[in-house]
Ligand binder design. Structure first.
Ligand code: NAD
Ligand code: MN
Length: 360
């Protein structure tokens, strides 16, 4: 029987992106070899800020066609010190997410073994969340404009656009995900007190979709109050669904509460699999530490776990996750963001050793 080979498009991007994606590719290849049931073929695309400086765009015009047939995308970060953020973000990351209709952004948060949460009393059992972020419309729909530039009458709008189809599909995805987890509990984040059109529709659709999932308990939370609940009563949350903007902010808070931005993973999913899905650490280019070899690669490794789950390789995914947890449990392998002195390469080698070890 021919071995299954997954084609992975690696897009390291800018800043520490290449440092963590190179480490991620090494780990993916190792875990595939260890599993023995499948192989990965990684094609690397050096798009991003340096490409922009040479070509005036973040990726080639036919860039998406070059990765459309891949099984998954491993992404680093878009963001370059010399280029405005809206150009790097819209020119690369969103230029992939939106046309590939990766409408469900999934962000698990747990306090991994050996990691200290700033919420001192919290441990792994009390903070185990998955945040589902609507990833295709809402506040980041790109609808808006700017007129009378430079004049005192200058005006600008960003219109938060919500469609019934878009809200229905993300609610259905979130309820389904909540149902797959032991607690079967979903919190719908909203702001329907102050935003009385789209957020009210958001609430109504949540209630309609909830009726399809009688076995899932759910509640509703205003986004400002949600920040307090995440800090004060983290154990009362499980699966969370929120708009593009709200979930963007809440998931950075979640990452911080779990110990470091360097650990948190994310998946940009096209659940229908009409296009490849994209997996990336949630952190950005981290200009302050780029090129120093001290970036924490755990967020990229955990994102690779999500990729393996999506590809239908749960055994390899579980093995890699166990390897990650063995390594975080050992303080010798903590990078400076976690208060340690380890380097990216030390963490990578430790995870590779764990993958090859007999007990993982
Ligand atoms: P950032 O995530 O790059 O950095 C925030 C802080 O966290 C920095 O102090 C950084 O050193 C630290 N940090 C982040 N990842 C780390 C890791 N793996 N290991 C150790 N420390 C880590 O956020 P920022 O400073 O707001 O943004 C910098 C650039 O990255 C901007 O251009 C921004 O637009 C871009 N960005 C891109 C993405 C993305 O592509 N998904 C996400 C966020 C930010
Ligand atoms: Mn963000």
């Amino acid at each position: 029987m021919a071995m299954k080979t997954y084609a992975i498009a690696a897009i390291p991007g800018d800043g520490i992106g290449p440092e963590v994606v190179d480490a991620g590719v090494e780990v993916l290849e190792a875990v595939a070899k260890r599993d023995g049931g499948f192989a990965v073929r990684v094609d690397r695309f050096d798009w991003g800020g340096d490409y922009y400086k040479k070509h005036g765009r973040m990726m080639p015009e036919n860039g998406r066609d070059l990765i459309r047939k891949h099984d998954a995308i491993l992404f680093g970060s878009a963001g370059h010190p010399d280029i405005p953020d809206h150009i790097t973000l819209w020119g690369l990351r969103l230029a992939i997410c939106q046309p590939f209709d990766q409408y469900a952004n999934v962000r698990p948060t747990r306090v991994l073994p050996g990691i200290t949460s700033p919420l001192r009393a919290v441990n792994g059992h009390e903070l185990d969340w998955v945040i589902v972020r609507e990833n295709s419309e809402g506040e980041y729909a790109g609808v808006g404009g700017r007129v009378h530039r430079g004049s005192p009458l200058e005006a600008a709008t960003d219109v938060a656009m919500f469609t019934r189809a878009g809200v229905e599909r993300i609610m259905r995805f979130a309820f389904r995900l909540a149902r797959s987890r032991p607690r079967k509990f979903l919190t719908v984040v909203t702001k329907s007190n102050a935003q009385r059109h789209a957020m009210v529709m958001w609430d109504e659709i949540a209630a309609q979709i909830a009726a399809e999932f009688p076995d899932v308990k759910w509640d509703k939370m205003l986004v400002d109050a949600m920040t307090m609940r995440m800090v004060m009563r983290p154990q009362t949350l499980d699966t969370i669904v929120a708009t593009n903007l709200h979930a963007d902010i809440l998931s950075d808070l979640a990452a911080a509460l779990a110990g470091s931005l360097g650990i948190a993973p994310t998946a940009n999913l096209n659940p229908e699999r009409a296009f490849p899905s994209m997996f990336e650490p949630i952190h950005g280019s981290a200009f302050d530490i780029m090129g120093k070899g001290i970036a924490n690669p755990i967020g990229t490794f955990w994102s690779s776990v999500m990729m393996l789950e999506h590809l239908g390789e749960p055994k390899a995914a579980a093995r890699l996750m166990r390897g990650i947890e063995m390594v975080t449990a050992d303080r010798r392998f903590h990078t400076p963001d976690l208060g340690g002195v380890a380097r990216t390469a030390d963490v990578t080698t430790a995870v590779l050793d764990a993958i090859h070890g007999a007990n993982v």
